[in-house]
Design a protein around this ligand. Sequence first.
Ligand code: PBG
Length: 325
Amino acid sequence: MSEAPFPVSRPRRLRRTAALRELVRETRLAASDLIYPLLIDDRGPARQPVASMPGIDRFSVEAAVDEAGEAFEEGIRAVLLFGLPSSKDARGSRADPPDGVIQRALRALREALPDLVLITDVCLCEYTDHGHCGLLEGDRVANDPTLERLASQAVSHGAAGADIVAPSDMMDGRVAAIRAALDEASLEDVAILSYAAKYASAFYGPFRDAAESAPAFGDRRGYQMDVRNADEALREVGLDIAEGADLIMVKPALPNLDIVRRVKDRFRRPTAAYQVSGEYAMIEAAGANGWLDAGAARLEAAYAIRRAGADLIVTYAARRLARAL
Ligand code: PBG
């Protein structure tokens, strides 16, 4: 493509007015592209503000239904549920009982908001007393024994009404194990959104405060990906699709837009990017200090994530974005 040189070409012609800019915009963003994460706490009051995530609360089951209803009114069509259980132990026993916090929330949300897409985070770290995403053997997170626990958690979510289960643990083989267990339980219509390329990231810090899920020792680098690797992310996504993932996710979003683009170009699947807690906190904290315009920065980040190839954005700013659109 050869461009006529200046003065024939004047790219500013099409930037002259808001109407012209609107006419030639390449990227669209709608409230229905957004997935709103909700932290549901089995112990706390109705709403408890998360100090490191200004504007975000942990909810009781009842308050979560109210919050999701308000989000639905604003155009948001999907929520991603995280649970804080009544108690924790080594094997994450509260991850899969029928009366668990997520299972109860799913039934309440399904009843109150039949058209809201219900997605659940499938992982053990919120449920284990050691804070790791799987079962331990000594100091090691044991891959294969963990698969059965994740599959059981996914089945219990599907049985309680989840439309989509989203494994975020980064164990090898979890998508296949979850798919097989769902099918075995006649839950073949429950879809899997795999956190396929999930990096070990400092940007999860505020979430771990909020979910009280920081590892008690060590870190997650033995299972989450090394930020220095990109080809490996494509292998991870390829494996998860081969195992039966219906949708795939890259996480965190802004630091990994190159991965979002490569994943979308290579696999052409419904692709989500997760703008994680630290990404959210940076914008909100700087905005609160008057260092930048948080409203504009939220939109810019969301458009950039869409432009990189994400169909869907998981973001704590979903409600504020929906109102701004
Ligand atoms: C659970 C999980 C985490 C996040 C999503 N699912 C925490 C982690 O991996 O430590 C992070 C979400 C966020 O930072 O917003 N494994």
